[in-house]
Design a protein around this ligand. Structure first.
Ligand SMILES: Nc1nc2c(ncn2[C@@H]2O[C@H](COP(=O)(O)OP(=O)(O)OP(=O)(O)O)[C@@H](O)[C@H]2O)c(=O)[nH]1
Ligand SMILES: [Mg+2]
Length: 226
């Protein structure tokens, strides 16, 4: 298995980190892969939990103070990653760690720019108990981004990229949609989407607020403006 850094942005995910790390290191080799938690100084003690896990596993935690935001946390992680191959995923076990080897395998083809764990290709399943308004929200969000990229799940937070192919100084996202930002800014054309089963968050609370949705509109505006 190639060396890879698994970057996980966190805000108040203390109770998810243990199960997440167990499932990650049951799926990838701890001798070549490591977990990089990028925490925005969560009040629930997420960073302390990461430090506990670091006693037995290749886990490192970066704490950002005074900054908030999923996408910028991921960029911070990409800057600090040890490996060239970087996998980005959520902490809440919505993204199955068992799919990581498939993403890494897809990147073994040098022509592939990015591999995405996708909810919207044949074979994918979305095991969610989302209320109708949230599903409509997600659909509407994807429709708004459709002219920017043919990628079906451009909103996914589960993907693999090569650090050396990224110009991190060119990225200027607000909010959540880091994959969309990377695809559009780098004009990535060869994006592979692998079907995943997407689950409801395991523990803890959502951070997806109305403010976050307004930030998404601002983000789209920036991308359309070029
Ligand atoms: N560092 C950092 N991570 C964040 C921030 N907001 C969210 N995250 C993390 O980003 C990931 C996705 O956030 P979620 O709250 O799961 O968003 P979601 O998947 O759209 O919504 P739910 O799963 O319903 O909660 C999780 O690992 C969060 O902890 C933030 O401001 N800073
Ligand atoms: Mg989630």
């Amino acid at each position: 298995m190639p060396a890879a850094t698994i970057i996980v942005p966190t805000y108040n995910e203390r109770d998810n980190l243990g199960p997440l790390a167990s499932r990650i290191f049951a799926s990838v080799d701890p001798a070549t892969c490591s977990l990089l938690v990028v925490d925005d100084d969560s009040p629930d003690g997420t960073a302390a939990r990461a430090e506990e896990l670091a006693a037995d596993l290749p886990v490192r935690c970066l704490v950002r103070r005074g900054a908030r935001g999923l996408a910028t946390a991921v960029i911070h992680g990409l800057r600090e990653a040890e490996a060239d191959l970087c996998v980005v995923m959520d902490a809440d076990l919505s993204h199955p760690p068992e799919a990581i080897p498939g993403l890494l395998e897809a990147m073994s083809d040098p022509a592939v720019d990015m591999a995405i764990g996708s909810r919207f290709v044949p074979g994918a399943r979305v095991d969610l108990h989302w209320p109708l308004h949230r599903r409509l929200n997600s659909l509407f969000g994807r429709l708004l981004a459709r002219p920017l990229t043919p990628v079906r799940d451009m909103m996914s937070g589960f993907f693999c990229v090569r650090r050396r192919q990224l110009d991190l100084d060119r990225l200027d996202p607000v909010g959540y949609k880091i994959a969309l930002e990377i695809i559009v800014r780098h004009r990535f054309e060869n994006v592979v989407e692998l079907p995943i089963t997407f689950a409801d968050r395991a523990a803890g609370q959502t951070k997806l607020t109305v403010g976050e949705q307004l930030r998404y509109l601002r983000h789209l505006w920036r991308l359309y403006r070029g």
